[in-house]
Ligand binder design. Structure first.
Ligand SMILES: CCCCCCCCCCCCC/C=C/C(=O)SCCNC(=O)CCNC(=O)[C@H](O)C(C)(C)COP(=O)(O)OP(=O)(O)OC[C@H]1O[C@@H](n2cnc3c(N)ncnc32)[C@H](O)[C@@H]1OP(=O)(O)O
Ligand SMILES: Cc1cc2nc3c(=O)[nH]c(=O)nc-3n(C[C@H](O)[C@H](O)[C@H](O)COP(=O)(O)OP(=O)(O)OC[C@H]3O[C@@H](n4cnc5c(N)ncnc54)[C@H](O)[C@@H]3O)c2cc1C
Length: 620
C-alpha cells in the first residue's frame, strides 16, 4: 500500500497511510477543494483564522475528546466544566476576545463539548432585553465569568404554551421588590441548561403581577446560588434532572422558588418596565420578551444543526468508498458501497442539503441582523416576519438535518451503530434541536399563520359555523406541511440565486449548480404526491424529474469525497473511527475498541459466570 502523504489532519497510531480506495477518490475532483473551503468560510483569510483556532484548541490536551465515548454523565460534565474554565485561560493566552475574529470558530473547534452553553443564552437575553444600565452591570460580570447564568423558561407543566407558564413575579411597591414563586409542582422550572449544578444566576420567565393585574410573561434576573460557597440562596431549590439522550456535558436542571425577593431593577427593562409607583410601561409588542428565542432559533442553526449534518456526511461518504460489500459486476471485486445507486440516494441528497442550508443560514443571519438593527431603533415592524421566518426555518432545517444524520448513520450498516463511528452521538444531539427553542410543529404553525391556501379552507369552515379554534385545529396538519414547503421553496430559491453569483473558476459554480439541482429535485421527488395533486406537474414531467434526479446522483458521486473534504473537519473534530481522513476504518475500529473499559476483566466472571460454568461443568 503506497505510503501517501497524509493530510495534516490524520491522527492516531494507524500506519499513517491513506486507504487507496479513498485516495483514488481525491485524484478526480472536478473543482478546487481549497477554494470551496474558502467559499464556505467566507474567504481565504477566514479559513486561515479558523484553522489557526482549530490547531490551538486541538493541540491542547485539556480539550481532548478521545475518551468521550467511554465517559459517564458525571465525567462528561466535569470534563466540560474543566474545558470551559481552561478556555478562559486559553483565550487570554491567545489574545482571543468575544469581539475578535477567532471567537466564532472556538465553539466549532471544541465540537460543542464545553460547559456553560446556556450562560451564552443568559448573556444574549440581557443584551437584547436589558436596559443600558442592566447591560452595563451584568454583561461584564458574565463575560468575566464572575457569575454563571442560565435561561429558565420551561416548566414541568409547560414548555410550548408560554401564556400558560405558572411561575409568578408579584411587585411589592412597599419594598420595591418582585416576589417570585413557583406555586405548584407543574410550575417548577425544568430543563434549563447549566441550572443543575453550575449556575449562580438565571433569567427566570414569570407572569408579572402589579396591583393584582397580570401583564404576562416577563424576564427577571434571579440569583440562585451563593458566589462564596455555591450554596443555594434562601427560597431556592435546584438540582439536576438526571440522565438524557445526549447533552450529558450540560447540567440541565430544575428550579423551585418560594417567596424569593429580587430588586425592581432585576426585571429586564429595555422594552417593558415597572416604575417605582407600580406603573407598567411597554414599548412595542408584548412578544418582544420572546426575542431571545427568535435570535437563538437562528443562531443555533450553524453550530448545532449544520455542523452535525456536515460531519455525518463526511463520515458516511468517506466510509462508503472504503467499505466494499457484495458484487456489482459478476467476476469483479466487491464494490464500494457508494457505487450502489441506493447508497447514493441515501447520502448525496443529505450532502446537497448541507450545502443548501449553509447558504440559507447566511441569508437568515443577514435578515435577522437587519431586523435587529431596526428593533434596536425601537422600530418593531419586522418582528412578525422575523418570528415567522426564524420559526419556520428552525423547524424545517432541524427536521431535515436530523433526518439526514439518521440516514447517514443507517447508511453505514452495523458500524454506524457503534458509538466509535461518531454517528450515534451526532444523531442523539441533533435530535434535541427539533424540540428545544420551540418544538417544531408549534413553530411551523407559527409560520403557517401567513399561508393563504389553507386560509380558504379555514374560511369555509368558519363560514359553515365551525368555531375559529376548532377550524384552525382541523387545518393544522396541512398548515404544517404548507409552512415546511414555504421554507423549503425559499431555501431552493436562495441556493439558486447564490449559485448564479458564484465565480465560474475552479469548477466551483458547476458543482454547486449540480448540488442545487439535486436539492431541488430531491424536494420534488420526495413530495411527488403534493406536486401531482396540485396539478403543478404532470406524470410525464414527474418522470423527467425522476430521471434527472437519478442521473445527477451518478454525476455528484464522482465528487462526493472532495465535497466532504471541503467541510475541512479534522479527525479530532470528527472523532470517528469510520470517517478519518486516511480512511483506515477497520484498523481504527479495532484500535479504539481496545481502549474500551468493557475490555477490562469484569467482576461478573468471578461472581456469576465462573460458578455457572463450573456448576454446569460438574454435570457434564
Ligand atoms: C447566545 C448565543 C447563542 C449561540 C447558539 C447557542 C445555541 C444553543 C442551543 C442548544 C441549547 C438549547 C437550549 C434550549 C433552550 C430552550 O429551549 S429555551 C425555551 C424555548 N421555548 C420555546 O421556544 C417556547 C415555544 N413557544 C412559543 O414560542 C410561544 O408560546 C408560541 C408557540 C409562539 C405561541 O405564542 P403565544 O404568545 O403563547 O400565543 P400565540 O397566540 O400563538 O401568539 C400571539 C401573537 O404573538 C406572536 N408571537 C409569538 N411568538 C413571537 C415571537 N417570538 N416574536 C414575535 N411575535 C411572536 C404570534 O405570531 C401572535 O401574533 P398575531 O398572529 O399577530 O396575534
Ligand atoms: C436538550 C434540551 C435542552 C433544553 N434547554 C432548555 C433551557 O435551557 N431552558 C428552557 O427554558 N427550556 C429548555 N428546554 C425545554 C424546551 O424548550 C421544551 O422542551 C420545548 O419548548 C418543548 O416544550 P414541551 O417540552 O412542553 O413540549 P410539549 O409542548 O408538551 O410538546 C409535546 C407534543 O405536544 C404537541 N403540542 C403542544 N402544543 C400544541 C399545539 N398548540 N398544537 C399542536 N400540537 C401541540 C407538540 O407538537 C408535541 O408533539 C430544553 C429541552 C431539551 C430537550
Amino acid at each position: 500500500m503506497a505510503l501517501l502523504e497524509t493530510s495534516k489532519y490524520s491522527q492516531g497510531s494507524v500506519l499513517g497511510s491513506v486507504n487507496p480506495d479513498l485516495a483514488s477518490e481525491r485524484q478526480t475532483a472536478s473543482f478546487s477543494v481549497e477554494k470551496l473551503t474558502a467559499l464556505l468560510d467566507g474567504g481565504v483569510e477566514q479559513t486561515r483564522i479558523r484553522r489557526a483556532v482549530v490547531d490551538a484548541i486541538e493541540s491542547d490536551p485539556v480539550f481532548s475528546r478521545e475518551n468521550q465515548y467511554f465517559q459517564t454523565q458525571n465525567e462528561r460534565y466535569e470534563a466540560a466544566v474543566k474545558k470551559a474554565v481552561h478556555l478562559q485561560k486559553k483565550m487570554h493566552e491567545m489574545g482571543w476576545t468575544e469581539n475578535g475574529p477567532e471567537y466564532k470558530y472556538i465553539y466549532r473547534a471544541l465540537s460543542g463539548d464545553v460547559a456553560f452553553l446556556l450562560h451564552r443564552v443568559f448573556m444574549r437575553s440581557i443584551s437584547m432585553l436589558g436596559s443600558d444600565k442592566q447591560i452595563a452591570k451584568w454583561i461584564p460580570l458574565a463575560t468575566q465569568h464572575k457569575l454563571i447564568g442560565s435561561y429558565a423558561q420551561t416548566e414541568l407543566g409547560h414548555g410550548t404554551y408560554l401564556q400558560g407558564l405558572e411561575t409568578t413575579a408579584v411587585f411589592d411597591t412597599a419594598t420595591q421588590e418582585f416576589i417570585l414563586n413557583t406555586p405548584k409542582i407543574s410550575a417548577m422550572k425544568w430543563w434549563p441548561g447549566d441550572m443543575g449544578r453550575s449556575a449562580t444566576h438565571t433569567v427566570v420567565f414569570a407572569q408579572l403581577y402589579v396591583h393584582g393585574k397580570c401583564y404576562g410573561i416577563h424576564p427577571f434576573i434571579v440569583q440562585i446560588r451563593s458566589l462564596q460557597d455555591h450554596s443555594l440562596c434562601p427560597g431556592v431549590t435546584a438540582g439536576d434532572i438526571g440522565p438524557k439522550m445526549n447533552f450529558e456535558h450540560i447540567d440541565n436542571g430544575y428550579l423551585l422558588l418560594k417567596n424569593v425577593r429580587i430588586p425592581r431593577e432585576n426585571m429586564l427593562s429595555k422594552f417593558c418596565e415597572v416604575r417605582p409607583d407600580g406603573t407598567y410601561v411597554r414599548q412595542g409588542s408584548q412578544k418582544i420578551n420572546y426575542f431571545t428565542m427568535t435570535s437563538v432559533r437562528i443562531s443555533l442553526i450553524a453550530d448545532e444543526v449544520l455542523t452535525p449534518l456536515m460531519k455525518a456526511c463526511t463520515i458516511a461518504i468517506r466510509y462508503s468508498v472504503v467499505r466494499r460489500q457484495s458484487k456489482l459486476k459478476p467476476g469483479e471485486q466487491e464494490a464500494k458501497i457508494l457505487d450502489y445507486q441506493t447508497q447514493q440516494e441515501k447520502v448525496l441528497p443529505q450532502l446537497a442539503a448541507a450545502y443548501a442550508f449553509h447558504f440559507t443560514n447566511d441569508y437568515l443571519q443577514e435578515l435577522f441582523n437587519r431586523g435587529y438593527r431596526e428593533i434596536q431603533r425601537k422600530n418593531f415592524d419586522m418582528l412578525p416576519e422575523l418570528h415567522a421566518l426564524s420559526s419556520g426555518f428552525k423547524a424545517m432545517i432541524t427536521q431535515h438535518c436530523t433526518a439526514g444524520v439518521e440516514i447517514c448513520l443507517r447508511a453505514c450498516g452495523g458500524h454506524g451503530y457503534s458509538l466509535l463511528s461518531g454517528l450515534p452521538s451526532l444523531y442523539t444531539k441533533i435530535l434535541a434541536s427539533c424540540i428545544y427553542e420551540g418544538e417544531n410543529t408549534i413553530l411551523l404553525l407559527q409560520t403557517a399563520r401567513l399561508i393563504s391556501s389553507t386560509a380558504a379552507k379555514l374560511q369555509d369552515l368558519i363560514q359553515s359555523g365551525v368555531k375559529k379554534h376548532d377550524a384552525w385545529n382541523q387545518c393544522t396538519v396541512q398548515l404544517v406541511q404548507a409552512a415546511k414547503a414555504h421554507c423549503h421553496y425559499i431555501a431552493v430559491k436562495n441556493f439558486a440565486e447564490t449559485v448564479e453569483k458564484l465565480e465560474t473558476k475552479a469548477g466551483i459554480q458547476k458543482i454547486m449548480k449540480h448540488l442545487c439541482d439535486l436539492f431541488a429535485l430531491h424536494g420534488i421527488f420526495s413530495n411527488t404526491g403534493a406536486f401531482l395533486h396540485d396539478g403543478y406537474t404532470s406524470a410525464a414531467q414527474m418522470d423527467m424529474v425522476t430521471a434527472s434526479y437519478l442521473d445527477l446522483l451518478a454525476v455528484i458521486r464522482k465528487d462526493a469525497v472532495p465535497l466532504v473534504d471541503a467541510f475541512d473537519f479534522t479527525d479530532k473534530s470528527l472523532n470517528s473511527a469510520l470517517g478519518s481522513y486516511d480512511g483506515q476504518a477497520y484498523q481504527r475500529l479495532y484500535e479504539w475498541a481496545q481502549k474500551s473499559p468493557t475490555n477490562q476483566m469484569s467482576p461478573a466472571y468471578e461472581r456469576y459466570l465462573k460458578p455457572l460454568l463450573h456448576n454446569t461443568l460438574s454435570k457434564l
